[in-house]
Write a protein that binds this ligand. Structure first.
Ligand code: FAD
Length: 282
């Protein structure tokens, strides 16, 4: 059986980092536990594996949502339920609310946190897409080295970013006016996404020249395409763009099936189509 040798309830970021330093091999941050605990359950038959859970969800500074200058600053331990109901998030980052609402069930969202979702090490984590599309920056704090990074750097660093530091805050710029289209396919009714796409256009409505598109999902860390063009805006040209983007993603990917291409094209198409409709109604 796996033995959880230690449980530390951290009252501050410093205490959490100290506990991590004291338990170099076995320390793991625990937020909502909805991703971590199922993994630890699976590992319980590995003899000799031990873990020290460092509970960070009671650290007060990690549970706040506030405006600072022209950024929305969200604490990493804010739960998804808190996120979806908060007036500042509804007002300044509604797309985050929209995506958070499709995650798991109400019970899961009551425990799961934004930071836990981003740090779960799973490319299917749904909040990676809107966080990237919103050009969010992530504040990680190491023992003596705070480090703010963009999503691309975070994804490039992979485990290194998460394992030795605590994600404390997510900074979302709120100045640019953005319109969205979003689509997601999950094969299980309450499960992580297989493929998801978010299309966006910034600036004044009617200027659909420069479209951004973020696509991610199973075995696919989110990729951000910028400067895309839809041509006439007719359904045929939306489909052409969707096929072009997906063939770029699929190029060189081992095990990428025709089924995956078909579902990805559909999801990208739907995101672009919704963006077009929203733009037309703006
Ligand atoms: C039934 C079910 C359905 C689910 N459906 C979805 C879904 O639809 N979409 C989806 O994206 N996910 C889904 N999940 C996965 C999970 O619920 C989410 O990813 C959730 O947001 C994880 O957050 P948490 O707070 O529970 O993370 P935890 O489980 O506490 O932590 C996850 C990982 O992140 C690390 N971590 C947590 N916080 C920090 C931090 N601040 N700094 C550094 N590292 C940190 C932990 O050490 C751990 O490795 C589902 C899970 C279940 C059980």
């Amino acid at each position: 059986m796996t033995t959880i040798t230690n449980y530390v309830q951290a009252a501050s970021i410093e205490m959490a980092l100290q506990a991590l330093a004291d338990n170099k091999m076995s320390g793991r941050f625990l937020a909502g536990g909805t991703s971590l605990m199922p993994i630890l359950n699976l590992l319980r038959y590995q003899p000799g594996v031990t873990h020290t859970l460092i509970d960070i969800k009671h650290i007060e500074g990690l549970r706040t949502i506030e405006l600072q200058a022209d950024e929305l600053v969200i604490g990493a331990a804010v739960t998804l339920s808190e996120l979806t109901k908060h007036q500042l998030v509804l007002e300044h980052a509604p797309v985050l609310v929209r995506v958070a609402k499709v995650i798991g069930s109400r019970e899961i969202r009551n425990r799961a946190t934004l930071g836990g979702n981003l740090c779960s090490g799973d490319p299917r984590a749904d909040l990676l897409l809107p966080t990237m599309a919103l050009l969010a920056r992530l504040q990680f704090v190491h023992m003596d080295d705070p480090n703010v990074m963009g999503m691309s750097e975070f994804l490039a660093q992979g485990n290194r970013a998460r394992q030795h530091a605590i994600l404390t805050h997510i900074y979302i710029p709120i100045a640019r006016e953005v319109r969205w289209g979003y689509s997601r396919l999950a094969e299980k009714s309450m499960g992580r996404c297989n493929i998801a796409a978010m299309a966006l256009v910034a600036g004044e409505s009617g200027s659909l020249k420069e479209i951004g598109l973020v696509v991610g999902g199973e075995a696919l860390w989110p990729q951000y395409f910028t400067g895309l063009h839809i041509g006439s805006g007719a359904k045929g040209s939306i489909l052409t763009l969707a096929e072009k983007v997906v063939s770029e993603i699929a190029a060189g990917k081992v095990g990428w099936s025709d089924y995956r291409t078909a579902t990805a094209v559909t999801v990208v198409y739907e995101a672009l189509e919704e963006l077009m409709n929203n733009e037309a109604n703006a």
